[in-house]
Design a protein around this ligand. Structure first.
Ligand SMILES: [Zn+2]
Length: 221
């Protein structure tokens, strides 16, 4: 599974043009049907709604593995959009709210929200390390992007991913990039899963995540 642009048209043209890379062997992915349809919960509170998503699938011309191409707004194995999960993480990390309060605000089961928060907290140390390194590597003047030091690992993780999102937004000349989009673009669809950060999911960090329709610039940019 890999994270791709949310614009289906650009994904099609990238697939057709052999521009998408196999996360296993870096071979070229070719169109290979569609993955199983999934029903995803969008929005929060009274603004909740369900949408069907049917991700494209690609097959590697090199190793023949097939990969689900998940759009950047969705996280692997989650029935809610990345924006909703991110809102829960922010409410916990920045505002200190408990999972029950967050769950009732979002209109989601408390156990689901607790699972998201635990996964993020359990992955916070490696997330902070990786995204701090990415922000320093890719940010020409990243110093100005860093907020005050955060007291908790989850706070440091959130700050690091947010700083990297600022670096990417500047680089791709977009007004703002949500931190969860930067997280998914760089770390892949399992960004919100503990397995991603503790050896369970192999996925190389994208060197130049695609933020808009076009391909990224050179990795050493
Ligand atoms: Zn491959």
């Amino acid at each position: 599974m890999l994270t791709v642009n949310h614009d289906g048209v650009s994904v099609e043209s990238d697939l057709a043009g052999g521009l998408l890379e196999c996360p296993g062997c870096r071979g070229r992915l070719r169109p290979w049907g569609w993955a199983r349809e999934r029903l995803i919960r969008h929005g929060t509170g009274a603004g909740r709604f369900l949408l069907r998503h049917r991700p494209r699938r690609g097959r590697c011309a090199g190793c023949a593995a097939t990969h689900v191409l998940l759009e950047a707004g969705l996280a692997a194995r989650r029935a809610d959009t990345a924006a909703v999960i991110a809102a829960a993480v922010e409410a916990k990390t920045a505002a200190g709210h408990g999972h029950r309060r967050i769950a009732s605000w979002l209109g989601r089961p408390a156990s689901t929200v607790r699972g998201w928060l635990r996964a993020f907290a359990a992955s916070a140390v490696p997330i902070a390390e990786v995204f701090t390194a990415l922000a320093h590597r890719d940010g020409a003047d990243a110093a100005g992007l860093w907020p005050a030091p955060e007291p908790t690992p989850a706070g440091r993780a959130l700050a690091a991913v947010t700083a990297y999102a600022s670096v990417l937004a500047e680089r791709f000349a977009v007004a703002a990039l949500p931190w969860h989009s930067a997280g998914l673009a760089a770390a892949g669809p399992f960004f919100f899963s503990t397995g991603r950060w503790h050896g369970g999911v192999q996925h190389e960090l994208a060197l130049t995540p695609e933020i808009r329709g076009g391909k990224g610039e050179g990795s050493t940019g």
